[in-house]
Ligand binder design. Structure first.
Ligand code: ADP
Ligand code: MG
Length: 475
């Protein structure tokens, strides 16, 4: 039982640093098989899970084990624990129920801290997965990033307040929390409070109910850095705005750093009191804009690397061309792919991800005419000859028969498959494909590709054949 509690502590530590989804996918069920002076051996349900944990979470588990046991622990190991599913084994932890239990206790703790109006604990102020180091900088967030960096060097002195705004999913929360984290790391004695407008409202309402407004003021008076996210949600909450106004003035006068985010410029927050809005503009206001195609591509590749996931170049380009709104969506699509890979073993291919995106209505009618086509470098893929050779040898017919006008049925399907692969795997234009296929016109190639796309959705055998050709040629 002792091991069970130790393991739970370790897992609590782990889930404060990784995403819940990752935790569920990769940990499933885990046990501690052995603890010695310098080593902890974890048990897993299968060798697949063992390999994954080893590859992805070795270090995180090692650090957590060090914190739980001692710094003498210098390695962690993983083995398949054949006893893990035995009902009498009370040491193993089922991660799904653990997560449920854990979120209940965190909620309880949050509730207590809200009503008790404590200063936010250093450790839990901001989750550590956000850092300035893993923030990707592009043209339209460069200024926001630099301002945050400057603030971490000299809180309260350089840009105060710092107001960051932009559309959803563009990294405001990431930047704010990263900045808070960095300040905490650099200045051990500084008190940093990260809150959202929503939480601030709740805190204020509770304080009013309990007649503890003075206490709330006292709490905020004593902090060094106030980070407040999504201030647009203070709309129409006049009393809360008034409270924030007072806190703002106290902190500002004492040269304490204030960092704010919103979904639009202070001027446009028309439902906020003018005096509060104008204070938001006292320091520096910077906006974050959307990433362009090249940046989106870099983001996907970087995020995949972070997760140690291999993503084919054409798939990354395709996602970058079609998922255009924000980083959150890009991450989400990537996570979907990873989860699918982990659960089914399907590696991401262009057609699979295209289907997925289409289903999720990310894509437009320009599905195959994506920007990926323009950006493609020919070195990333085989020549079209390779593809056509593979098609002809798979169907056991002459290449000429596929390319030339020949209405025999035995040539039709292979021809459509050939065109479809050139479109989807090479991103050729319909014109170019038409030229290869004996000068056919754009419309007839378009028709063939669409037809193949539809057939593949219905005809499993054909899908299997096309996949076999793709595998054979390595695309
Ligand atoms: P916002 O608060 O603006 O709605 P978030 O900060 O929540 O956006 O960002 C959404 C997701 O995208 C987060 O997981 C975040 O880590 C990621 N993200 C956003 N911008 C970047 C960036 N520049 N570099 C790395 N990750 C980013
Ligand atoms: Mg946010």
């Amino acid at each position: 039982m002792e091991k069970h509690y130790k393991l739970k502590n370790i897992l609590s530590d782990v889930i404060s640093t990784i995403k819940k989804q990752d935790f569920l996918v990769y940990f499933r069920k885990i046990s501690i098989v052995e603890i010695s002076q310098d080593k902890v051996v974890f048990g897993t349900v299968s060798s697949f899970m063992k390999d994954n944990l080893e590859a992805k979470f070795n270090n995180i588990l090692l650090q957590a084990a060090k914190r739980e046991f001692s710094d003498d622990v210098s390695s962690v190991e993983f083995i398949v624990d054949s006893n893990i599913d035995n009902p009498s084994n009370s040491d193993a932890v089922d991660c799904q129920s653990f997560l449920k239990e854990n979120s209940k206790t965190t909620k309880k703790a949050e509730k207590e801290s809200r009503t008790g109006i404590n200063v936010v604990e250093r450790k839990t102020a901001t989750p550590s997965r956000y850092s300035l180091k893993n923030f990707i900088v592009w043209g339209d967030n460069q200024l926001a990033y630099s301002a945050c960096e400057a603030v971490t060097k000299n809180p309260g002195k350089s840009y105060n307040p710092l107001y960051i705004y932009g559309d959803v999913g563009l990294g405001k929360t990431h930047l704010l929390q990263a900045t808070g984290n960095e300040i905490l790391a650099k200045f051990k004695s500084k008190k940093v409070v990260y809150t959202t407008a929503d939480k601030f409202i709740t805190e204020y309402v509770t304080a009013v109910k309990k007649r503890q407004i003075d206490k709330m003021l006292e709490k905020f008076r004593n902090i060094d850095v106030l980070v407040i996210d999504d201030v647009q949600f203070l709309s129409k909450k006049e009393q809360t705005q008034n409270e924030l106004y007072n806190i703002f003035n106290i902190l500002y006068d004492a040269n304490k750093q204030i960092i704010i985010s919103g979904d639009r410029a202070p001027k446009e927050l028309t439902e906020l009191e003018p005096r509060l809005r104008s204070r938001f503009e006292w320091g520096i206001t910077v906006d974050i804009g959307k990433p362009d195609f090249e940046t989106r591509l870099a983001i996907i590749q970087e995020k995949a690397r972070e997760k140690e996931f291999m993503i084919p170049h054409d798939v990354a380009e395709f996602i970058a061309a079609n998922v255009t709104e924000n980083v959150r969506e890009l991450e989400w699509v990537l996570n979907q792919m990873i989860a699918e890979y982990e659960l089914t073993g399907n590696t991401p291919t262009l057609s699979r991800i295209a289907q997925k995106l289409q289903k999720l209505s990310f894509t437009t009618d320009l599905l195959w005419e994506s920007k990926a086509a323009e950006k493609r470098t020919s070195s990333t893929i085989k020549s079209y000859e390779d593809i056509l050779d593979a098609v002809s040898s798979h169907f056991g017919i002459e290449k000429e028969g596929i390319l030339w006008e020949n209405r025999k049925k035995e040539f039709m399907i292979p021809r459509q498959v050939g065109m479809y692969l050139l479109k989807t795997k090479m991103n050729y234009t319909y014109e170019r494909i038409g030229n290869i296929f004996n000068g056919r016109n754009h419309a007839s190639v378009l028709y063939s590709c669409n037809k193949m796309d539809k057939m593949l959705k219905k005809d499993k055998t054909l899908l299997y054949e096309v996949n076999a050709i793709k595998d054979g040629v390595g695309i």
